[in-house]
Design a protein around this ligand. Structure first.
Ligand code: BTN
Length: 245
C-alpha cells in the first residue's frame, strides 16, 4: 500500500481528522499522525490522553472491498499488526487482550478505535483505524496507573517514536495485504497467537449485560465466548473485559 502521511504537530483527534478526510474522498493509505491530541478518543466514549512526545497517535484510512458486516475484521487485522510492531520495537512479548488492546506484561500499552463510515449499498465504506501506543509515557493518571504501561516503562529506556511508526506501518501493510489475499481465518489464527484472554477468568461489562466466567474461545465471528460457573457458554460481541487469573 502506498501510504500518504499527513503530519500535524497538534490536533484534536487524528480519528476526527481522518473521518473528515475520508468523507472528502481521501484515498486508502491516507495516514494522519499527530504529535499530540487535545481531544484524543478511546473506546466506550473515554478519552485517550495524548501528550506530546509520549505516544504514537495515528489514524489510517482503509477502503476494503468487503461486505459491511465483515468490517469488524479490520480491528483484528490492525490489532495484530500493532502487537507485532510493539514486539519488534521492544523485543518483549506483546499480547492482545480481546478485542483489541495491546498488552505488555499484562498492562495495556496500546489501543485501537476503529470507526466505519455510514452503510451505503454498493459502495465501499471507508474504515478509519485509530491506533494509540504509549511509547515514552513515564506516568499515568491514578485511575489507570495499575493497568497501563508504555514501551519505555517496560524497557527502562526511551524509544524513538519513528521506530514504532515505521514498524507499525510495515506490519499493517503486510497484514492487510494478507487479509485481502487470503481472508480472515489466517488473520484470526495469527491473532490467536498473541491472545492473552482465552483461559483466563474474565468479567465483562458488555452491551449484553455483565458476565463472569472463564474465557474459552474467540469465535470465527470475533466474539469472545465465556463459560459461566453454571456451565453456560455466553458469546460476547463487544465490551470491556477485566482479566483475572
Ligand atoms: C482504546 O480505548 O483502547 C482506543 C484508543 C485509541 C486511541 C487512538 S490515538 C489515535 C486515534 N485518535 C483518537 O482520537 N483515538 C485513536
Amino acid at each position: 500500500m502506498d501510504f500518504i502521511i499527513h503530519r500535524h504537530k497538534s490536533t484534536t483527534s487524528t480519528n476526527d481528522l481522518a473521518i473528515r478526510m475520508a468523507e472528502e474522498g481521501a484515498p486508502e493509505g491516507t495516514v494522519v499522525i499527530a504529535g499530540e491530541q487535545t481531544a484524543g478518543r478511546g473506546r466506550h466514549g473515554r478519552s485517550w490522553i495524548s501528550p506530546p512526545g509520549s505516544g504514537l497517535y495515528l489514524t489510517l484510512i482503509l477502503r476494503p472491498v468487503k461486505p459491511f458486516n465483515e468490517l469488524w475484521q479490520i480491528a483484528f487485522v490492525a490489532s495484530l499488526a500493532a502487537a507485532e510492531a510493539v514486539q519488534r520495537v521492544s523485543g518483549l512479548q506483546a499480547r492482545i487482550k480481546w478485542p483489541n488492546d495491546v498488552m505488555l506484561n499484562d498492562r495495556k500499552v496500546g489501543g485501537l478505535l476503529v470507526e466505519a463510515g455510514a452503510h451505503a449499498e454498493d459502495s465501499v465504506v471507508p474504515v478509519v483505524v485509530g491506533i494509540g501506543i504509549n511509547v515514552n509515557t513515564s506516568r499515568f493518571p491514578r485511575e489507570i496507573a495499575e493497568r497501563a504501561t508504555s514501551i519505555a516503562l517496560e524497557l527502562g529506556r526511551p524509544v524513538p517514536l519513528q521506530d514504532i511508526e515505521r514498524e507499525l506501518l510495515d506490519a499493517i501493510d503486510a497484514r492487510y495485504a494478507g487479509y485481502l489475499r487470503e481472508g480472515f481465518p489466517a488473520v484470526l489464527s495469527a491473532w490467536k497467537g498473541f491472545d492473552c484472554t482465552v483461559g483466563r477468568r474474565v468479567s465483562v461489562h458488555s452491551s449484553e449485560g455483565d458476565v463472569e466466567g472463564v474465557a474459552v474461545e474467540v469465535s470465527s465471528e470475533g466474539n469472545l465466548v465465556a463459560e459461566r460457573e453454571d456451565g453456560v457458554r455466553v458469546g460476547i460481541t463487544a465490551g470491556e473485559i477485566i482479566l483475572g487469573d
